[in-house]
Design a protein around this ligand. Structure first.
Ligand SMILES: Cc1cc2nc3c(=O)[nH]c(=O)nc-3n(C[C@H](O)[C@H](O)[C@H](O)COP(=O)(O)OP(=O)(O)OC[C@H]3O[C@@H](n4cnc5c(N)ncnc54)[C@H](O)[C@@H]3O)c2cc1C
Length: 423
Protein backbone atom coordinates (compact mmCIF):
# COMPACT_ATOMS: atom_id res chain seq x y z
CA UNK A 1 0.00 0.00 0.00
CA UNK A 2 1.37 3.42 -0.93
CA UNK A 3 1.96 5.64 2.10
CA UNK A 4 2.08 9.44 2.37
CA UNK A 5 2.78 11.90 5.17
CA UNK A 6 -0.50 13.69 4.46
CA UNK A 7 -3.57 12.80 2.41
CA UNK A 8 -5.96 15.60 1.52
CA UNK A 9 -9.52 14.61 0.62
CA UNK A 10 -11.13 17.11 -1.76
CA UNK A 11 -9.53 19.72 -4.01
CA UNK A 12 -11.74 22.77 -3.47
CA UNK A 13 -10.29 26.02 -2.12
CA UNK A 14 -9.80 24.38 1.28
CA UNK A 15 -8.24 21.16 -0.02
CA UNK A 16 -5.95 22.76 -2.56
CA UNK A 17 -4.67 25.26 0.01
CA UNK A 18 -4.22 22.44 2.54
CA UNK A 19 -2.21 20.34 0.10
CA UNK A 20 0.03 23.21 -1.00
CA UNK A 21 0.76 24.39 2.53
CA UNK A 22 1.40 20.84 3.82
CA UNK A 23 3.85 20.24 0.96
CA UNK A 24 5.56 23.57 1.57
CA UNK A 25 5.98 22.45 5.17
CA UNK A 26 7.97 19.47 3.93
CA UNK A 27 5.26 16.77 3.83
CA UNK A 28 4.81 14.22 1.05
CA UNK A 29 1.21 14.83 0.02
CA UNK A 30 -1.51 13.10 -1.98
CA UNK A 31 -4.65 15.06 -2.90
CA UNK A 32 -7.74 13.24 -4.16
CA UNK A 33 -10.84 14.69 -5.82
CA UNK A 34 -13.87 13.10 -7.42
CA UNK A 35 -13.95 15.87 -10.05
CA UNK A 36 -11.56 16.60 -12.93
CA UNK A 37 -9.90 19.74 -11.57
CA UNK A 38 -9.11 21.79 -8.51
CA UNK A 39 -11.41 24.61 -7.42
CA UNK A 40 -14.29 22.61 -5.89
CA UNK A 41 -17.51 24.60 -5.91
CA UNK A 42 -15.90 27.36 -8.01
CA UNK A 43 -15.12 24.82 -10.73
CA UNK A 44 -17.87 22.22 -10.37
CA UNK A 45 -20.76 24.47 -9.36
CA UNK A 46 -19.73 27.69 -11.17
CA UNK A 47 -19.73 29.62 -7.88
CA UNK A 48 -18.56 33.20 -8.41
CA UNK A 49 -17.51 35.88 -7.32
CA UNK A 50 -15.53 35.88 -4.05
CA UNK A 51 -17.72 37.34 -1.36
CA UNK A 52 -16.41 40.08 0.95
CA UNK A 53 -13.03 39.35 2.55
CA UNK A 54 -11.84 42.79 3.59
CA UNK A 55 -13.00 45.64 5.80
CA UNK A 56 -12.41 49.37 6.17
CA UNK A 57 -11.40 50.73 9.55
CA UNK A 58 -13.93 53.53 10.16
CA UNK A 59 -11.38 55.69 11.99
CA UNK A 60 -8.28 55.36 9.85
CA UNK A 61 -10.23 54.61 6.62
CA UNK A 62 -7.59 51.98 5.96
CA UNK A 63 -8.49 48.78 4.17
CA UNK A 64 -7.70 45.54 5.98
CA UNK A 65 -7.69 42.36 3.91
CA UNK A 66 -8.89 39.47 6.09
CA UNK A 67 -8.29 36.50 3.79
CA UNK A 68 -4.70 36.65 2.59
CA UNK A 69 -1.78 34.18 2.58
CA UNK A 70 -2.24 31.52 -0.09
CA UNK A 71 -5.53 33.09 -1.14
CA UNK A 72 -3.67 36.30 -2.11
CA UNK A 73 -1.05 34.21 -3.89
CA UNK A 74 -3.70 32.41 -5.97
CA UNK A 75 -5.25 35.72 -6.94
CA UNK A 76 -1.88 37.20 -7.85
CA UNK A 77 -1.40 34.24 -10.21
CA UNK A 78 -4.89 34.77 -11.64
CA UNK A 79 -4.16 38.47 -12.10
CA UNK A 80 -1.22 37.60 -14.38
CA UNK A 81 -3.82 36.24 -16.82
CA UNK A 82 -6.16 39.18 -16.25
CA UNK A 83 -8.45 36.57 -14.69
CA UNK A 84 -9.82 38.61 -11.76
CA UNK A 85 -12.01 41.71 -11.83
CA UNK A 86 -14.32 43.44 -9.34
CA UNK A 87 -17.91 42.75 -10.39
CA UNK A 88 -19.48 45.26 -8.01
CA UNK A 89 -18.41 47.44 -5.06
CA UNK A 90 -17.47 44.54 -2.77
CA UNK A 91 -16.98 41.31 -4.71
CA UNK A 92 -14.05 40.12 -6.81
CA UNK A 93 -14.97 38.01 -9.83
CA UNK A 94 -12.58 35.45 -11.29
CA UNK A 95 -12.37 33.28 -14.38
CA UNK A 96 -12.71 29.67 -13.15
CA UNK A 97 -10.96 28.17 -16.20
CA UNK A 98 -7.81 30.10 -15.26
CA UNK A 99 -8.36 29.17 -11.61
CA UNK A 100 -8.21 25.49 -12.56
CA UNK A 101 -5.01 26.06 -14.56
CA UNK A 102 -3.35 28.16 -11.85
CA UNK A 103 -4.18 25.63 -9.13
CA UNK A 104 -2.89 22.73 -11.27
CA UNK A 105 0.42 24.54 -11.69
CA UNK A 106 0.69 25.55 -8.04
CA UNK A 107 0.00 22.00 -6.85
CA UNK A 108 2.38 20.40 -9.37
CA UNK A 109 5.12 22.86 -8.41
CA UNK A 110 5.04 21.44 -4.87
CA UNK A 111 5.46 17.88 -6.21
CA UNK A 112 2.13 16.81 -4.74
CA UNK A 113 0.61 13.57 -6.06
CA UNK A 114 -2.82 14.14 -7.58
CA UNK A 115 -5.73 11.78 -8.20
CA UNK A 116 -8.70 13.22 -10.07
CA UNK A 117 -11.90 11.38 -10.97
CA UNK A 118 -11.36 9.36 -7.80
CA UNK A 119 -14.09 8.96 -5.21
CA UNK A 120 -13.12 8.28 -1.60
CA UNK A 121 -15.61 5.77 -0.26
CA UNK A 122 -13.87 4.02 2.59
CA UNK A 123 -11.74 4.68 5.57
CA UNK A 124 -9.90 2.30 7.90
CA UNK A 125 -9.40 3.29 11.52
CA UNK A 126 -7.48 1.74 14.40
CA UNK A 127 -7.36 2.95 18.00
CA UNK A 128 -8.69 6.42 17.24
CA UNK A 129 -6.53 6.97 14.17
CA UNK A 130 -7.22 6.80 10.46
CA UNK A 131 -4.86 4.32 8.85
CA UNK A 132 -5.96 4.61 5.22
CA UNK A 133 -8.64 5.70 2.77
CA UNK A 134 -9.99 3.70 -0.14
CA UNK A 135 -10.90 5.27 -3.44
CA UNK A 136 -12.61 4.01 -6.55
CA UNK A 137 -11.66 5.14 -10.03
CA UNK A 138 -11.00 3.57 -13.43
CA UNK A 139 -8.23 1.47 -11.84
CA UNK A 140 -10.76 -0.06 -9.47
CA UNK A 141 -10.42 0.18 -5.68
CA UNK A 142 -7.11 1.38 -4.23
CA UNK A 143 -6.14 2.03 -0.63
CA UNK A 144 -3.68 4.74 0.44
CA UNK A 145 -2.18 5.19 3.90
CA UNK A 146 -0.95 8.37 5.60
CA UNK A 147 0.14 9.70 8.97
CA UNK A 148 -2.24 12.68 8.86
CA UNK A 149 -5.50 13.16 6.91
CA UNK A 150 -7.24 16.40 6.03
CA UNK A 151 -10.93 16.25 5.18
CA UNK A 152 -11.82 19.03 2.75
CA UNK A 153 -14.74 17.27 1.07
CA UNK A 154 -17.25 19.98 2.06
CA UNK A 155 -19.52 17.25 3.40
CA UNK A 156 -17.03 15.96 6.01
CA UNK A 157 -17.06 12.55 4.29
CA UNK A 158 -13.84 11.27 5.89
CA UNK A 159 -14.80 12.49 9.35
CA UNK A 160 -18.16 10.75 9.06
CA UNK A 161 -16.66 7.53 7.64
CA UNK A 162 -14.23 7.44 10.56
CA UNK A 163 -17.04 7.82 13.07
CA UNK A 164 -16.83 11.51 14.08
CA UNK A 165 -20.15 13.02 15.17
CA UNK A 166 -21.59 15.83 13.09
CA UNK A 167 -24.52 18.18 12.74
CA UNK A 168 -26.56 18.28 9.52
CA UNK A 169 -27.95 21.76 8.82
CA UNK A 170 -30.06 23.51 11.46
CA UNK A 171 -30.03 22.07 14.94
CA UNK A 172 -33.82 22.02 15.31
CA UNK A 173 -34.78 20.17 12.10
CA UNK A 174 -31.56 19.32 10.19
CA UNK A 175 -32.67 21.45 7.26
CA UNK A 176 -29.74 22.84 5.28
CA UNK A 177 -29.46 26.07 3.34
CA UNK A 178 -30.97 25.67 -0.16
CA UNK A 179 -29.06 24.10 -3.03
CA UNK A 180 -28.59 26.16 -6.20
CA UNK A 181 -27.70 25.22 -9.76
CA UNK A 182 -25.80 28.25 -11.09
CA UNK A 183 -25.85 29.09 -14.78
CA UNK A 184 -24.53 31.65 -17.27
CA UNK A 185 -26.27 33.46 -20.08
CA UNK A 186 -24.37 34.74 -23.12
CA UNK A 187 -25.12 37.46 -25.73
CA UNK A 188 -26.77 39.78 -23.23
CA UNK A 189 -27.01 43.42 -24.37
CA UNK A 190 -25.05 44.91 -21.47
CA UNK A 191 -26.10 48.54 -21.94
CA UNK A 192 -29.74 47.53 -22.01
CA UNK A 193 -29.20 45.15 -19.08
CA UNK A 194 -28.15 48.10 -16.86
CA UNK A 195 -31.62 49.57 -17.45
CA UNK A 196 -33.54 46.28 -17.31
CA UNK A 197 -31.83 45.33 -14.08
CA UNK A 198 -33.72 48.10 -12.26
CA UNK A 199 -37.04 46.42 -12.95
CA UNK A 200 -36.26 42.71 -13.30
CA UNK A 201 -37.16 41.91 -9.71
CA UNK A 202 -40.42 43.85 -9.78
CA UNK A 203 -41.56 41.98 -12.88
CA UNK A 204 -40.24 38.68 -11.43
CA UNK A 205 -42.32 39.15 -8.28
CA UNK A 206 -45.44 39.92 -10.35
CA UNK A 207 -44.93 36.74 -12.34
CA UNK A 208 -44.33 34.77 -9.15
CA UNK A 209 -47.52 36.18 -7.59
CA UNK A 210 -49.45 35.28 -10.75
CA UNK A 211 -48.17 31.69 -10.50
CA UNK A 212 -46.16 31.99 -13.71
CA UNK A 213 -42.88 31.37 -11.89
CA UNK A 214 -42.62 28.35 -9.64
CA UNK A 215 -39.10 29.05 -8.32
CA UNK A 216 -39.55 29.92 -4.63
CA UNK A 217 -36.53 32.22 -4.49
CA UNK A 218 -37.61 35.78 -3.67
CA UNK A 219 -35.60 37.50 -6.38
CA UNK A 220 -33.27 37.12 -9.34
CA UNK A 221 -29.59 37.34 -8.38
CA UNK A 222 -27.42 38.21 -11.40
CA UNK A 223 -23.69 39.00 -11.34
CA UNK A 224 -21.47 40.54 -13.97
CA UNK A 225 -18.62 38.27 -15.09
CA UNK A 226 -15.21 38.84 -16.63
CA UNK A 227 -16.67 38.22 -20.07
CA UNK A 228 -18.57 40.97 -21.85
CA UNK A 229 -22.14 39.93 -22.63
CA UNK A 230 -22.15 37.10 -20.09
CA UNK A 231 -24.26 37.25 -16.93
CA UNK A 232 -23.96 34.78 -14.06
CA UNK A 233 -27.13 33.68 -12.23
CA UNK A 234 -27.20 32.39 -8.66
CA UNK A 235 -30.98 32.19 -8.67
CA UNK A 236 -32.38 28.66 -8.53
CA UNK A 237 -33.46 27.32 -5.15
CA UNK A 238 -34.14 23.81 -3.93
CA UNK A 239 -35.15 23.43 -0.29
CA UNK A 240 -35.84 20.63 2.19
CA UNK A 241 -33.48 18.18 0.49
CA UNK A 242 -30.51 16.52 2.18
CA UNK A 243 -27.35 17.19 0.12
CA UNK A 244 -25.74 14.02 1.50
CA UNK A 245 -28.60 11.75 0.39
CA UNK A 246 -28.09 10.27 -3.08
CA UNK A 247 -31.78 10.31 -3.98
CA UNK A 248 -32.40 13.80 -2.64
CA UNK A 249 -29.49 15.32 -4.54
CA UNK A 250 -30.78 13.73 -7.75
CA UNK A 251 -34.23 15.24 -7.19
CA UNK A 252 -32.56 18.59 -6.49
CA UNK A 253 -30.66 18.47 -9.80
CA UNK A 254 -33.88 17.65 -11.70
CA UNK A 255 -35.86 20.44 -10.05
CA UNK A 256 -33.12 23.06 -10.40
CA UNK A 257 -32.66 22.38 -14.12
CA UNK A 258 -36.35 23.12 -14.70
CA UNK A 259 -35.86 26.37 -12.79
CA UNK A 260 -32.93 27.40 -15.01
CA UNK A 261 -35.08 27.23 -18.12
CA UNK A 262 -38.07 28.83 -16.40
CA UNK A 263 -35.92 31.80 -15.43
CA UNK A 264 -34.21 32.07 -18.80
CA UNK A 265 -37.54 31.95 -20.66
CA UNK A 266 -38.88 34.65 -18.33
CA UNK A 267 -35.89 36.92 -19.00
CA UNK A 268 -35.99 36.40 -22.75
CA UNK A 269 -39.71 37.03 -22.97
CA UNK A 270 -39.75 40.18 -20.85
CA UNK A 271 -36.48 42.09 -21.26
CA UNK A 272 -34.89 43.55 -24.38
CA UNK A 273 -31.39 42.86 -23.03
CA UNK A 274 -32.06 39.11 -23.32
CA UNK A 275 -33.64 39.22 -26.80
CA UNK A 276 -30.61 37.60 -28.47
CA UNK A 277 -29.31 35.83 -25.40
CA UNK A 278 -28.69 32.10 -25.00
CA UNK A 279 -27.96 29.81 -22.09
CA UNK A 280 -24.19 29.36 -22.16
CA UNK A 281 -23.81 26.66 -19.51
CA UNK A 282 -25.19 25.24 -16.31
CA UNK A 283 -22.89 24.04 -13.56
CA UNK A 284 -21.72 20.43 -13.71
CA UNK A 285 -23.17 19.94 -10.24
CA UNK A 286 -25.78 21.64 -8.13
CA UNK A 287 -24.13 23.83 -5.48
CA UNK A 288 -24.39 22.80 -1.84
CA UNK A 289 -24.17 25.70 0.59
CA UNK A 290 -24.41 23.61 3.70
CA UNK A 291 -24.54 19.96 4.70
CA UNK A 292 -22.60 18.31 7.54
CA UNK A 293 -20.45 20.15 10.04
CA UNK A 294 -18.31 18.14 12.44
CA UNK A 295 -18.72 18.53 16.18
CA UNK A 296 -15.11 19.14 17.08
CA UNK A 297 -13.02 20.48 19.97
CA UNK A 298 -14.82 23.82 19.69
CA UNK A 299 -18.16 24.60 18.04
CA UNK A 300 -18.19 28.10 16.52
CA UNK A 301 -21.52 29.81 17.24
CA UNK A 302 -23.50 32.81 16.07
CA UNK A 303 -22.77 34.41 19.46
CA UNK A 304 -19.02 34.20 18.73
CA UNK A 305 -19.64 36.02 15.46
CA UNK A 306 -21.95 38.68 16.88
CA UNK A 307 -19.47 39.52 19.64
CA UNK A 308 -16.54 39.46 17.18
CA UNK A 309 -14.71 37.02 19.42
CA UNK A 310 -10.95 36.87 18.98
CA UNK A 311 -9.70 33.42 20.05
CA UNK A 312 -6.23 32.62 21.39
CA UNK A 313 -5.84 29.86 18.82
CA UNK A 314 -7.10 31.93 15.87
CA UNK A 315 -6.16 30.64 12.43
CA UNK A 316 -8.50 32.71 10.19
CA UNK A 317 -10.57 35.91 10.22
CA UNK A 318 -13.90 36.79 8.60
CA UNK A 319 -16.50 39.54 8.32
CA UNK A 320 -18.80 38.18 5.62
CA UNK A 321 -22.40 38.60 6.68
CA UNK A 322 -24.42 35.83 8.30
CA UNK A 323 -26.18 35.11 5.03
CA UNK A 324 -28.96 32.57 5.50
CA UNK A 325 -30.94 31.55 2.45
CA UNK A 326 -34.18 30.25 3.93
CA UNK A 327 -33.90 26.44 4.24
CA UNK A 328 -37.72 26.19 4.05
CA UNK A 329 -38.73 28.49 1.21
CA UNK A 330 -38.56 32.12 0.18
CA UNK A 331 -36.40 34.82 1.76
CA UNK A 332 -32.77 35.40 2.72
CA UNK A 333 -31.70 36.91 6.04
CA UNK A 334 -28.52 38.92 6.56
CA UNK A 335 -26.58 40.14 9.56
CA UNK A 336 -23.90 42.56 8.36
CA UNK A 337 -20.76 43.32 10.35
CA UNK A 338 -19.97 46.96 11.00
CA UNK A 339 -17.01 48.43 9.09
CA UNK A 340 -13.81 47.45 10.89
CA UNK A 341 -15.47 44.57 12.76
CA UNK A 342 -14.60 40.94 12.19
CA UNK A 343 -14.47 37.68 14.10
CA UNK A 344 -11.88 34.93 14.20
CA UNK A 345 -11.96 31.15 13.81
CA UNK A 346 -10.06 28.97 16.30
CA UNK A 347 -7.87 26.02 15.32
CA UNK A 348 -10.00 23.79 17.58
CA UNK A 349 -12.87 24.03 15.03
CA UNK A 350 -10.70 21.99 12.65
CA UNK A 351 -9.94 19.27 15.21
CA UNK A 352 -12.41 16.41 15.77
CA UNK A 353 -12.72 14.76 19.18
CA UNK A 354 -12.63 11.13 18.16
CA UNK A 355 -9.78 10.78 15.64
CA UNK A 356 -6.35 12.09 16.57
CA UNK A 357 -4.71 12.31 13.12
CA UNK A 358 -7.55 14.06 11.25
CA UNK A 359 -8.11 17.74 10.49
CA UNK A 360 -11.23 19.11 8.82
CA UNK A 361 -11.19 22.31 6.75
CA UNK A 362 -13.55 24.32 4.54
CA UNK A 363 -17.30 24.64 4.85
CA UNK A 364 -17.69 21.60 7.14
CA UNK A 365 -15.62 22.66 10.18
CA UNK A 366 -17.11 22.50 13.67
CA UNK A 367 -19.81 25.17 13.89
CA UNK A 368 -23.50 25.87 14.10
CA UNK A 369 -25.74 26.46 11.09
CA UNK A 370 -25.69 30.22 11.71
CA UNK A 371 -21.91 30.54 12.01
CA UNK A 372 -21.42 28.41 8.89
CA UNK A 373 -23.63 30.85 6.98
CA UNK A 374 -20.82 33.40 7.27
CA UNK A 375 -17.43 31.63 7.08
CA UNK A 376 -18.51 29.28 4.24
CA UNK A 377 -17.27 31.68 1.53
CA UNK A 378 -14.37 30.73 -0.75
CA UNK A 379 -11.77 33.20 0.62
CA UNK A 380 -12.25 31.93 4.19
CA UNK A 381 -12.37 28.24 3.15
CA UNK A 382 -9.01 28.81 1.46
CA UNK A 383 -7.54 30.22 4.69
CA UNK A 384 -8.97 27.33 6.72
CA UNK A 385 -7.32 24.91 4.31
CA UNK A 386 -4.03 26.74 4.56
CA UNK A 387 -4.16 26.50 8.35
CA UNK A 388 -4.97 22.77 8.25
CA UNK A 389 -2.15 22.02 5.80
CA UNK A 390 0.32 24.05 7.82
CA UNK A 391 -0.72 22.26 11.02
CA UNK A 392 -0.50 18.85 9.34
CA UNK A 393 3.05 19.60 8.20
CA UNK A 394 4.00 20.66 11.75
CA UNK A 395 2.54 17.41 13.09
CA UNK A 396 4.58 15.43 10.54
CA UNK A 397 7.73 17.39 11.38
CA UNK A 398 7.26 16.70 15.10
CA UNK A 399 6.66 12.99 14.56
CA UNK A 400 3.55 13.25 16.76
CA UNK A 401 0.57 12.83 14.48
CA UNK A 402 -1.94 13.90 17.12
CA UNK A 403 -3.06 17.16 15.51
CA UNK A 404 -4.43 18.53 18.78
CA UNK A 405 -0.85 18.63 20.08
CA UNK A 406 0.37 20.97 17.33
CA UNK A 407 2.06 23.96 18.93
CA UNK A 408 -0.34 26.86 18.37
CA UNK A 409 2.29 29.59 18.63
CA UNK A 410 4.40 27.90 15.93
CA UNK A 411 1.32 27.36 13.76
CA UNK A 412 0.29 31.00 14.06
CA UNK A 413 3.82 32.27 13.43
CA UNK A 414 4.13 30.08 10.32
CA UNK A 415 0.78 31.28 9.01
CA UNK A 416 1.73 34.92 9.61
CA UNK A 417 5.16 34.46 8.04
CA UNK A 418 3.32 33.17 4.99
CA UNK A 419 1.13 36.26 4.84
CA UNK A 420 -2.02 35.05 6.60
CA UNK A 421 -4.07 37.55 8.60
CA UNK A 422 -5.00 36.11 11.97
CA UNK A 423 -5.28 39.15 14.23
C1 LIG B 1 -24.86 28.17 -4.92
C2 LIG B 1 -23.72 28.66 -4.09
C3 LIG B 1 -23.37 29.99 -4.16
C4 LIG B 1 -22.30 30.45 -3.43
N1 LIG B 1 -21.92 31.74 -3.60
C5 LIG B 1 -20.71 32.13 -3.13
C6 LIG B 1 -20.16 33.35 -3.55
O1 LIG B 1 -20.76 34.09 -4.34
N2 LIG B 1 -18.94 33.69 -3.08
C7 LIG B 1 -18.23 32.89 -2.19
O2 LIG B 1 -17.11 33.27 -1.82
N3 LIG B 1 -18.75 31.71 -1.79
C8 LIG B 1 -19.95 31.30 -2.24
N4 LIG B 1 -20.46 30.09 -1.90
C9 LIG B 1 -19.77 29.26 -0.89
C10 LIG B 1 -18.52 28.56 -1.42
O3 LIG B 1 -18.58 28.33 -2.80
C11 LIG B 1 -18.27 27.21 -0.74
O4 LIG B 1 -18.71 27.17 0.58
C12 LIG B 1 -16.78 26.91 -0.79
O5 LIG B 1 -16.36 26.92 -2.12
C13 LIG B 1 -16.49 25.58 -0.12
O6 LIG B 1 -15.13 25.27 -0.30
P1 LIG B 1 -14.58 23.87 0.21
O7 LIG B 1 -13.19 23.76 -0.28
O8 LIG B 1 -14.86 23.73 1.65
O9 LIG B 1 -15.51 22.78 -0.49
P2 LIG B 1 -15.79 22.49 -2.06
O10 LIG B 1 -15.45 23.65 -2.90
O11 LIG B 1 -17.15 21.94 -2.10
O12 LIG B 1 -14.73 21.34 -2.36
C14 LIG B 1 -14.90 20.02 -1.95
C15 LIG B 1 -14.21 19.12 -2.94
O13 LIG B 1 -14.21 17.79 -2.44
C16 LIG B 1 -14.52 16.89 -3.49
N5 LIG B 1 -15.14 15.72 -2.84
C17 LIG B 1 -16.25 15.71 -2.08
N6 LIG B 1 -16.50 14.48 -1.63
C18 LIG B 1 -15.52 13.68 -2.12
C19 LIG B 1 -15.23 12.31 -2.01
N7 LIG B 1 -15.97 11.49 -1.25
N8 LIG B 1 -14.16 11.82 -2.68
C20 LIG B 1 -13.38 12.63 -3.43
N9 LIG B 1 -13.61 13.97 -3.57
C21 LIG B 1 -14.65 14.48 -2.91
C22 LIG B 1 -15.44 17.66 -4.41
O14 LIG B 1 -15.39 17.16 -5.73
C23 LIG B 1 -14.90 19.09 -4.29
O15 LIG B 1 -13.98 19.39 -5.30
C24 LIG B 1 -21.56 29.58 -2.58
C25 LIG B 1 -21.92 28.24 -2.51
C26 LIG B 1 -22.98 27.77 -3.26
C27 LIG B 1 -23.31 26.32 -3.21
Amino acid sequence: MQKYDVIVAGGGFAGTAAAISAARGGAKVLIIDKGNSFGGAAANCLVNPYMLYWTINPKTKQKKVLSAGLFSEINAELAKFGATKPVNDTDLGFHEEYLKLVLNRMVLKEKIDILFNSYIHGCETEEGKIKSVTIVNKSGNTTYAADVFIDCTGDADIAVMSGCPYRLGREEDNLCQPMTLCFRVVNVDMEQFKKDRQIINTVYKEHQAAGKIKNIREDVLPFYTLIDGVIHFNSTRVVKKNPTDGRDITLAELDAREQVFELFDFLKANFASFKNAAIMNTAAQIGVRESRMIIGKYVLTQEDLLTCTHFDDTIATCNYDIDIHNPEGSGTSHYYFKPGDYYTIPYRCLVPNEITNLLVAGRCISSTHEAQASYRIMPVCCCLGEAAGTAAALAVQSGNFDVEKVDIATLQKTLKDNGAVID
